[in-house]
Write a protein that binds this ligand. Structure first.
Ligand SMILES: *Cc1c(COP(=O)(O)O)cnc(C)c1O
Length: 465
């Protein structure tokens, strides 16, 4: 594309793809990794797990995707059909935010808030429900933090006529009643976690009747129920390889959209809870970087209250609190670490995707932790300039993007910044209300309480290299 043409089109606000340009394959980063990540281990034997170990919880199609090293996996027609309800999603240039910051940086955001759940989660909920229904499964159980994953899975299950049962972290169940209502509207059922319905939940409640819960506890409950019923499977909204692969539709579309206006990013920035929206955006760009076609810096942003990448240990740990899942080598704060109840429910996970952890360990990406007050300030500035109220989670990425754009204002650098605006905050307005009326406090790493509780949780890690 000619330079003149590129600069005209990059002045556009919205860059869309036609339906016919929607990617028809997911990208599997495992194929291109410079070194392979360590394998997951069986929680009892500590040997690498095989497909049969996962079969009580997942259908074979998803197990095959979890371990596949094929570079691409075709997106089934039945899944593309549902994707077309909201995909391709728009890419926006944040002209008004740039002007407010007085920055020469060009800021782009890939907006996943247009999906039925209002976040990126349906990108994987839909194929997971599809493969389970195809395998004859009648019910899926799952956990949810802020409620986005539960909403996405309830919607996806409704598409293929299967039931959906959700354990929602108590803190979010109480703070965010609209998510529960939305899950129920899509046909799912919801229990606050910890619950009396499972042995894992009862054990937590016996020790602490006022437990606000955690994703780790809710996972234990959903896994326990699925493991006991052959017609019920479990679905995980983040962390696993197949989940991150499904999310690569985000990055594949963004690549096409930026190419339309002749831009290549210098900085990719995303928020990381379990790593799926971040991996989904970043992996296709990393492929391009490994192929020598671009050289973006890749930055993960996490909350200071749950800093698994920047303050956790890279070790084998359980994905859940009760220790029922396979052991995964990942950056972890310890499987029984319970973070303070910050407003970004989706970022309150003790661990991190093994793929993201491996890429962090091998220097392919960097990470930073942000306090929630700085994130809400970024979210409010974004709302007032761009007109979208972001979910609390992606305000972490916005805070880092804004910090970098301000730096560019000082240096005059015309950096191209791309972020995933992975969800809207329409159901998180009480969190904004708390911020706007001075009721948001930071639970930063400088707090001796947090340091002590992480140290304590890490001391109970399984003793494996
Ligand atoms: C679930 C969620 C997250 C955190 O999960 P990742 O796997 O890290 O993406 C972040 N933002 C939103 C809007 C979510 O729904």
């Amino acid at each position: 594309m000619a330079a003149g043409q590129a600069s005209t089109s990059s002045s556009r606000h919205r860059i869309d793809l036609d339906e016919s340009e929607m990617p028809t394959r997911w990208y599997n980063v495992l194929h291109d990794l410079p070194t392979p990540p360590p394998p997951p281990l069986h929680p009892g034997t500590h040997e690498p797990i095989g497909p049969e170990d996962l079969a009580p919880l997942f259908p074979m199609d998803l197990i095959a995707q979890e371990v596949s090293t094929d570079q691409y996996v075709d997106i089934p027609e039945e899944v593309q059909d549902v994707y077309r309800l909201w995909r391709p999603s728009p890419l926006f240039r944040a002209h008004r935010l740039e002007r407010a910051l007085g920055t020469p940086a060009r800021i782009y955001y890939k907006y996943e808030g247009v999906s039925p759940a209002g976040s990126h989660k349906p990108n994987t909920a839909v194929p997971q429900a599809y493969y389970n229904a195809k395998a004859g499964i009648r019910r899926l159980t799952t956990e949810t933090g802020a409620g986005q994953w539960g909403t996405a899975l309830a919607f996806a299950c409704a598409q293929y006529g299967i039931e959906c049962e959700v354990w929602q972290v108590r803190a979010s169940y109480d703070q965010k009643p609209y998510r529960r209502m939305m899950i129920e509207t899509f046909g799912g059922s919801v229990h606050p976690s910890p619950s009396e319905l499972t042995a894992a939940g009862r054990a937590i409640l016996a020790a602490d009747p006022s437990s606000t819960g955690s994703l780790g506890i809710a996972i234990s409950e959903a896994v326990e129920v699925a493991a006991q019923d052959p017609t019920t499977n479990y679905a995980l909204g983040s962390v696993l390889n197949h989940v991150l692969m499904h999310q690569t539709v985000i990055g594949e579309e963004a690549l096409l959209q930026l190419a339309k206006i002749g831009e290549t990013p210098d900085l990719l920035v995303g928020c990381t809870g379990g790593g799926s929206n971040f991996g989904g955006l970043a992996f296709p760009f990393m492929r391009e970087r490994w192929a020598g076609r671009m050289s973006p810096q890749v930055l993960a942003v996490e909350p200071e209250a749950c800093p698994s990448l920047t303050q956790g240990t890279y070790a084998y740990d359980f994905g859940d609190t009760a220790g029922m899942t396979p052991l995964m080598k990942m950056h972890t704060l310890g499987h029984d670490f319970v973070p303070d109840p910050i407003h970004s429910g989706g970022l309150r996970y003790h661990g991190m995707s093994p793929l993201i952890s491996h890429l962090y360990e091998t220097g392919e990406l960097t990470a930073v932790a942000k306090p929630q007050s700085e994130c809400f300030a970024a979210g409010v500035l974004f709302a007032r300039t761009e007109g979208i109220v972001p979910a609390p989670e992606p305000t972490h990425a916005l805070a880092a993007a804004i910090e970098e754009a301000r730096r560019c204002a000082e240096t005059g650098e015309e950096k191209v910044i791309l972020t995933a605006l992975c969800g809207h905050g329409h159901l998180d307005l009480p969190a904004y209300d708390a911020y706007l009326h001075g009721r948001v406090t930071d639970h930063g790493w400088s707090s001796p309480d947090l340091q002590a509780s992480v140290k304590d949780a890490l001391s109970r890690l399984p003793q494996l290299v």
